[in-house]
Design a protein around this ligand. Structure first.
Ligand SMILES: Cc1cc2nc3c(=O)[nH]c(=O)nc-3n(C[C@H](O)[C@H](O)[C@H](O)COP(=O)(O)OP(=O)(O)OC[C@H]3O[C@@H](n4cnc5c(N)ncnc54)[C@H](O)[C@@H]3O)c2cc1C
Ligand code: SF4
Length: 759
């Protein structure tokens, strides 16, 4: 059947259709603890493609799973379904209307992308997740995402005006606001939802938590508030379980003219949570908590430690408090007032301010890296996501936190803490080893106890990350059996055949099933050429990747240049690590470790080491690639091109004996085509030409010649390492370096050089 399905999709879809095992496995995970192999993957190129894929899925009666950046933390984007990846092609901002303050977008648009688009117009999209540089608006709508500034901007649900969707029946519709009476009169889907709302009105009022941060379940509460009716409100937060969005009209907000940050330091974490009550009356734009576990991890990360100069001493926690205002004077006075109030209450021990946008940006980067840092922790017990997202009324947060921490301690584990103190949503991630049956039981018991606590405090089990496979099973407990039935009725009204992302929000499997690392997880023992003892072995070095997807960012830093060009997960650090893990864990045959799929995924890796520094878990894909290539070449033979580059020093030595002939060869179109064909050096690639005199010979000659020789340094001696390319191709760089050092008063000596090992 899968082959027929594949052929049918290939015939109808102009975009890409992938059913091979490697591609499917690459889409079998997200940033959660779960893994399920999809049936296949479709990358629609157009809106018609979305319709075509949905219609084929309907005809073959197979489930569908729409996907954006795949950064979900609860397993929303893993499932045995045809995955529709919207991120590669359907990613255009189609229209912006600043007068009416809206934008029309495709679902694959990344938050940062729309904000860059809107910046010159003085606008932004309000909700801002920590994953803003790679999470898509489709995914934000799916999860009803919210960020640090939700105290001002609310959640995604408050910003979506209209949606163009395709139902599992293949029917397309535009969903927008209407009067409740009109919906009831209309019948069809609207009528059924209006009936569900009417029948459950009292229970909705009674059971839905009265807090800003609740994203679990379907948003039926939105229909009892103001007499308005908009199916968009059900679609947002539905985790792809109701329909596929192929276009949406979203609200945009004016950019605040100025912002300032104050980092308040505390020697006790509960004191820091209590401080929110003191700060909130000053109307901050954000209050974000970072605990000492994250601070320590940040200090040991290459990338993050550079940004952490603003942390004074060793606080148990810090609060990043942000204010918006018209100008710096206004912001200063707000910060003065807040600081005075904190001091009056003996709250906090240091107050570090930032007005400079670059400094503020660094502080935000540290906060936003929090989760990635935790996820990259070494050791078998990991701070995993399952109860990481509860929210309560902010005034109840200190007591809720203490009771939550008691549960963690009762199970002899610890946790990292960070999150949005301003809105009562803390991210708490207990350390659990899902490869160990006892820990899996601990995870289950802890979840039940925390869910009881959430109900007791009138809170929400998920304040922003969603239900997915980790929390959907709790919805009956949280909302009661009457509302849970109403949720199932909503699901059936939209998706009668239950084919949209099954097992999420309603009818979920147990949270302990489908684990990425379960008790059965094993890895192949491979004798490595490199020393991976510091990482805990080759498999552990690969497992450092937790799926957070920072390597999918496009607009800043180095990581990952190949993804930035191809926009393919397999050309990102995450995709490569996923593929390697699937081979090492036996999901793909061991032979694949020296096979073509892995070679193709790694071939475009430039070995730039961007990921080693920028990935919050410090995945070192370049080192993993060297290891892979050694095995690959052992099995398949070392290609002539690799041999040539490995011996570039010798080849350059030969060529520089007759530089003009060598240069003629390198620029002759016929010979370049031959090099392309037989050696694999692309004919379009400009190759470095050979200089008429090598750097070494220039250096030796000037030493001998009077008046132009090496000068005895007054400042000291410097050893210059001149690599192969400086020596044979770019001697001017070496000459300039020598002259500069000598002008600065140094005596220059050349290092005794064999092979620089660069190519
Ligand atoms: C390190 C880290 C930090 C995070 N911080 C935050 C945070 O601060 N705030 C927050 O809210 N979340 C946070 N998240 C969770 C996640 O990044 C957000 O939920 C994000 O909005 C998901 O976007 P995505 O493009 O990755 O969506 P995906 O994960 O691909 O999808 C999310 C859901 O939307 C559905 N979906 C996607 N596209 C469509 C479509 N076209 N039609 C219908 N359904 C669709 C999917 O089926 C899925 O259920 C964080 C995650 C990580 C790893
Ligand atoms: S080393 Fe490879 S995987 Fe890592 S950032 Fe550079 S190109 Fe990407």
């Amino acid at each position: 059947m899968n082959d027929d399905l594949y052929q049918a999709l290939k015939k109808r879809v102009t975009g890409e259709v992938r059913f091979d095992r490697a591609s499917r496995l690459m889409y079998s995970t997200d940033a959660s603890i779960y893994e399920i192999e999809p049936i296949g993957v479709v990358l629609p190129k157009s809106h018609e493609d979305v319709f075509a894929a949905m219609e084929v899925a309907r005809d073959f009666k197979v489930p569908v799973l729409p996907r954006g950046g795949g950064t979900s933390l609860a397993g929303q984007t893993v499932g045995n379904a045809v995955v529709l990846d919207m991120s590669k092609y359907l990613n255009r901002v189609l229209e912006v209307n600043t007068e009416e303050r809206w934008a029309r977008v495709e679902p694959g648009v990344v938050q940062e992308q729309i904000n860059l688009h809107l910046r010159p117009m003085g606008f932004l999209f309000g909700p801002d997740t920590s994953t803003a540089n790679r999470a898509t608006l489709g995914g934000m709508m799916g999860n009803n995402s919210a960020g640090s500034h939700s105290i001002i901007y609310g959640k995604t649900i408050d910003h979506v005006l209209e949606m163009d969707v395709v139902f599992s029946s293949g029917e397309g519709r535009t969903l927008r606001e209407m009067k409740l009476e009109e919906a009831a009169l209309r019948g069809g889907l609207e009528g059924r939802i209006a009936d569900i709302v009417r029948a459950n009105r009292d229970e909705i009022e009674r059971r839905f938590p009265k807090i800003l941060r609740r994203v679990s379940g379907y948003n039926l509460d939105e229909f009892v508030r103001n007499g308005k009716f908009n199916l968009v409100k059900l679609m947002v937060g539905s985790e792809g379980t109701l329909a596929t969005v192929h276009q949406a009209k979203v609200r945009i907000e004016p950019r605040p003219p100025a912002a300032a940050l104050c980092v308040v330091h505390f020697s006790d974490i509960v004191e820091s949570i209590r401080a929110s009550d003191i700060i909130l009356p000053f109307k901050p734009a954000a209050i974000e908590l970072i605990d000492d576990m994250i601070i320590k991890l940040g200090r040991s990360s290459l990338e993050i430690s550079r940004l952490m100069g603003f942390i004074e001493g060793n606080p148990a926690a810090v609060l990043l408090v942000e204010f918006y205002g018209e100008n710096e004077a206004e912001l200063r006075s707000k910060l003065d007032e807040m600081e005075a109030a904190l001091k009056r209450n003996k709250s906090g021990y240091a107050y570090v301010r930032a007005f400079d946008p670059a400094e503020q940006n660094n502080m935000w980067k540290v906060r936003k890296a929090g989760l990635g840092l935790l996820l990259g922790m070494k050791g078998e017990r990991k701070p995993i996501a399952f109860v990481e997202d509860c929210a309560v009324e902010p005034s109840k947060l200190p007591e809720f936190f203490v009771r939550f921490r008691d549960v963690i301690h009762k199970y002899n584990t610890s946790a990292g803490y960070y999150g949005h103190a301003s809105v009562g949503c803390l991210h708490i991630r207990p350390l659990i080893n899902t490869k160990d049956a006892r820990d899996i039981q601990v995870m289950k018991n802890m979840t039940d106890e925390i869910a009881d606590l959430v109900v007791e405090f009138g809170g929400g089990m998920s304040g922003e990350h969603g239900d997915g496979l980790a929390r959907s099973h709790l919805n009956e407990k949280l909302f009661g059996s009457q509302l849970y039935k109403a949720f199932r009725d909503v699901k059936s009204a939209f998706d009668p055949e239950q084919r949209m992302n099954p097992g999420k929000i309603v009818n979920a499997p147990p949270m302990t099933e489908n684990l990425r690392y379960g008790t059965e997880y094993r890895t192949l023992g491979i004798n490595t050429h490199y020393d991976f003892s510091r990482e805990g072995g080759l498999a552990t070095a690969i497992e450092l990747c937790n799926g957070a997807g920072v390597c999918r960012k496009k607009n800043e830093g180095t990581m990952c240049p190949s993804y930035m060009v191809t926009m393919e997960d397999k050309h990102s650090t995450r995709g490569r690590a996923n593929l390697m893990r699937e081979i090492l864990s036996g999901k793909l045959p061991a032979l694949e470790f020296t096979g073509q799929d892995l070679y193709d995924a790694l071939d475009l890796c430039l070995e730039c080491k961007g990921c080693k520094a920028e990935c919050p878990s410090n995945v070192d894909m370049a080192k993993l690639k060297y290891e892979f290539l050694a095995h690959y070449n052992e099995a398949n033979g070392t290609p002539l091109r690799s041999r040539m580059f490995a011996n570039i020093h010798l080849l350059s030595q030969l060529a520089s004996a007759w530089p003009s002939m060598a240069n003629w060869t390198l620029t002759n179109p016929t010979l370049r085509r031959a090099l392309d064909r037989f050696v694999g050096i692309d004919a379009r690639r400009k190759l470095p030409l050979f200089a008429s005199q090598t750097f070494e010979s220039w250096f030796a000659k000037r030493n001998k010649s009077s008046g132009n020789g090496a000068k005895s340094g007054t400042s000291g001696k410097v050893v210059l390492f001149h690599d192969t390319f400086i020596n044979y191709n770019y001697p001017d760089i070496g000459k300039a370096a020598t002259e500069l050092l000598e002008a600065a008063g140094y005596e220059v000596r050349l290092a005794e050089r064999k092979c620089c090992g660069r190519p």
